[in-house]
Design a protein around this ligand. Structure first.
Ligand code: 9D3
Length: 244
């Protein structure tokens, strides 16, 4: 799978791509990520990418021409039609379902917003507009990296253990159960006995209960869409009864 990321801060993207699972996938050619400096698509001496908003008001707006030229260049290189994602606070909230869907696309372009955002006409070239959540950032670079990371996990060969991607808590609709590793005791902090018991049925049930209990406490909204087996439904009823 191929990503093109268009940004005025290429070093911010490059540095994040230099480490971790995504970096390894790029090294293995499982993923191709090309970072495109928007200033390279300007034609003036000062390589200006922004301008004042028509109608007045604070801040600056990203000029449309460099973005159009960048998209034309990417299209010429990769072929059209492109999936072009505009990152913006006005976008639809990015979800795990979007990550899975986009992992089936051959070639994705991510446009990183800056300043007050894009000239509205740029939206004509975008196939979708995505936000990563209801908080204000300084630009679209971190959102583009977030989207890339979440999509890349679904590309075969990126995450070593395919099963862990399939079993992912968000894919299942529940939060993760608590994890422990050695040592069994640190000061007065003990690993729960059941995990040391070797009783695999008991461990499985304990993990289900902990995952459900956390989800009920922290993210009850997730339970509406969670796919629960009979045992999980019984445990959930128990937990709800305990709490009432
Ligand atoms: C909504 C705030 N805007 C009205 C004054 C100004 C504004 C703030 C921050 C315009 C652009 C930005 C930069 N943010 C992004 O480009 C962005 C973003 C975000 O801020 N939060 C969550 N997801 C995203 S995706 C792109």
């Amino acid at each position: 799978m191929t990503f093109d990321i268009v940004t005025i801060f290429p070093a911010m993207i490059e540095s994040a791509l230099g480490e971790g699972i995504v970096s390894r996938a790029i090294g293995a050619k499982t993923l191709t990520v090309t970072v495109r400096d928007l200033r390279e698509f300007t034609t003036d001496r000062h390589r200006v990418v922004d301008d004042v908003p028509y109608g007045g008001g604070p801040g600056m707006v990203l000029k449309p021409e460099p973005i159009f030229r960048a998209l034309d260049a990417i299209e010429a290189e990769r072929g059209s039609p492109l999936t072009v994602i505009l990152t913006s606070p006005q976008g639809k909230p990015f979800t795990q379902a979007d990550a899975r869907r986009l992992s089936g696309v051959d070639h994705v372009v991510l446009l990183c917003g800056r300043y007050e955002g894009f000239d509205e006409r740029v939206r004509q070239r975008a196939t979708e507009e995505l936000s990563i959540g209801d908080y204000v950032l300084t630009g679209g670079e971190l959102p583009a990296l977030v989207i890339l990371d979440a999509v890349a996990r679904f590309v075969p060969g990126v995450v070593g253990d395919e099963q862990s991607v399939a079993d992912d808590s968000f894919s299942r609709g529940l939060l993760d159960f608590p994890q422990y590793t050695r040592p069994a005791e640190i000061g007065d902090l003990h690993v729960p006995d059941v995990l040391l018991s070797g009783n695999h049925a008991a461990i499985r049930r304990w993990r289900k209960k902990e995952a459900l209990s956390r989800t009920l406490d922290r993210r009850p909204d997730l339970l509406a869409d969670a796919s629960l087996d009979d045992e999980e439904q019984a445990i959930l009823k128990e937990l709800r009864d305990e709490r009432n």
